[in-house]
Design a protein around this ligand. Structure first.
Ligand code: CTP
Ligand code: MG
Length: 383
């Protein structure tokens, strides 16, 4: 099924009362429109993205879409329904379309997945994301009017997904007043529109206060995760001593398959742990000769890359080295600098600590060095 997305962004945003039409207003430094366009462009099941803009909005749209490879920009009309129709006319050749309001910036990939899955079912003339109505619903007549039974009521969001011929036929057949919702047109034609779970991230920006609410949701997009790592290597007289990416002059060094930087190994495991993606041995098997003598910064950099690839952010890492000797204090700042560079974070986000074990145990006897690490990262909710 070849799917296209049509993002309608041709409105004036009068109720939002912003200086610019709301879809071009900034949210955390980026235009509202940009967010949903990026979501569509990065979704593997959407092969084209059309953006419908209002006449005279060309410069605003160009700014909002700079650097993004949208398939085409189409001029819309005075009503949303006309704007959608213009977009549909450009989507010829696709099997299905997802019609989305630019005013709903945060479009989770999981909602797109659910819609496309529903659309693939036999007899499905469309699919919409819905949320339950949880508040008491009543008529407002100056004062409080009658309550409305909310059983079976849902709030309908976008994107709304349809087979292309079905939605084109529904628009052609529609004779009612200007429609704000495409699924109702399909229903009016007798089509069965399926319901999938919506998402609170998809709330529409309509009123002036919705911008602050959207910024809040933007920060909610991430969940915090913590991972821990632990590693031990044996001290030997014929080895170099690498700790935290720093070569330390010492009469013994750490033995291991790679450069045996115990601190960086614990750190790699902490990052992988926060990601829930196995451990260092799974990513860099000791049985693989290519890691013999490898510089361990490569392991840390790989784990940091995996966090970023998942859309995540590294907030903080904290390391504890456990040994009697050498003294770590003189090398602490050098280690922090090296690790911050490997992770692409500020030095303030890297902590290096050390402790002895009061001459007890293998670390106390100087037979080996142990390291513990904790990594705190943020991942997108949908991860
Ligand atoms: N839309 C559109 N063409 C129109 C009217 C609306 O493409 N002629 C788009 C809007 O840009 C928005 C979506 O349809 O992304 C939902 O409409 P709405 O929230 O009503 O936005 P506006 O019409 O811009 O806002 P208002 O009604 O407050 O003026
Ligand atoms: Mg409107």
């Amino acid at each position: 099924m070849k799917c296209a997305a049509i993002i309608v962004a041709a409105g004036k945003g009068e109720r939002a009362g912003a200086v610019l039409p709301k879809q071009y207003a900034p949210l955390a430094g980026k235009a509202v429109l940009t967010y949903s366009v990026e979501a569509c462009l990065s979704h593997p099941k959407i092969s084209a993205t059309f953006v419908v803009i209002g006449e005279g909005q060309e410069i605003l749209a160009e700014e909002a879409l700079r650097g993004l490879s949208v398939t085409d920009i189409v001029t819309g009309g005075a009503e949303r329904q006309i704007s959608v129709r213009q977009g549909l006319a450009r989507a010829q050749g696709f099997d299905a379309v997802l019609i989305h309001d630019a005013a709903r910036p945060f479009l989770p990939a999981s909602v797109i997945d659910r819609l496309i899955e529903a659309l693939a079912q036999p007899g499905c003339a469309g699919a919409v994301p819905v949320l339950p109505v949880v508040d008491t619903v009543a008529r407002a007549q100056g004062s409080l009017g009658d309550g409305v039974d909310r059983t079976g009521l849902v709030r309908v969001q976008t994107p709304q997904a349809f087979p292309l011929p079905v939605i084109i036929a529904a628009h052609d057949a529609w004779s009612g007043a200007a429609a704000t919702d495409d699924a109702q047109m399909v229903r009016a034609m007798g089509g069965e529109v399926r319901l999938v779970d919506g998402d609170i991230m998809l709330e529409k920006i309509t009123q002036p206060t919705d911008f602050a609410e959207a910024e809040r949701r933007l920060h909610m997009r991430f969940v915090s995760r913590t991972g821990m790592g632990f590693d031990v290597h044996r001290l030997q007289s014929d080895e170099e001593l690498w700790l935290g990416g720093v070569l330390i002059p010492h009469h013994k060094g750490l033995a291991g398959h790679s450069d045996a930087d115990v601190a960086l190994h614990a750190l790699t495991d902490a990052l992988l742990g926060a990601l829930g993606d196995g451990d260092i041995g799974a990513h860099f098997p000791p049985s693989d000769p290519q890691w013999r003598g490898a510089a361990s910064h490569r392991f840390v950099e790989h784990a940091a890359h995996l966090v970023r690839h998942a859309g995540g952010i590294i907030d903080h890492v904290d390391l504890t080295l456990i040994c009697e000797a050498p003294k770590i204090g003189p090398y602490r700042e050098a280690m922090r600098t090296q690790i911050a560079a490997m992770l692409g974070v500020r030095i303030a986000c890297v902590s290096v600590k050390a402790t002895t074990t009061e001459r007890l145990g293998f670390t106390g006897r100087g037979e080996g060095i142990a390291a513990q690490a904790v990594a705190t990262i943020r991942l997108p909710l949908e991860h």
